[in-house]
Unconditional design. Structure first.
Length: 91
């Protein structure tokens, strides 16, 4: 029997997802990057190796340590990932 639910939203949309993998100086990165209108211009970045994810936009790079914390990675790996994401977003 179906349970009644009070949804805050239940949307379906077409998204664009890019899968990218590279071996950097300190870590291997295996990411899925999803573009969706749902995140108001930000991208959803999933680390497929650690099952960590973050919704990232240009303003998030202004927060010191945000990438390292969001993906639970060391500072050196975070710098490399942040560099890639800044290039990807076009900053």
């Amino acid at each position: 029997m179906m349970q009644e639910r009070d949804f805050l939203y239940d949307d379906v949309e077409q998204t664009k997802t890019r899968f990218v993998c590279w071996i950097g100086e300190t870590s291997r990165f295996d990411l899925a990057i999803t573009h969706s209108e749902h995140f108001f211009g930000k991208i959803l970045v999933l680390n497929l190796l650690s099952n960590r994810f973050a919704i990232i936009g240009p303003d998030d790079f202004e927060e010191p340590g945000y990438i390292a914390h969001a993906f639970d990675i060391e500072d050196e790996a975070a710098e490399e990932l942040e560099g890639y994401l800044r290039d990807y977003i076009g900053l």
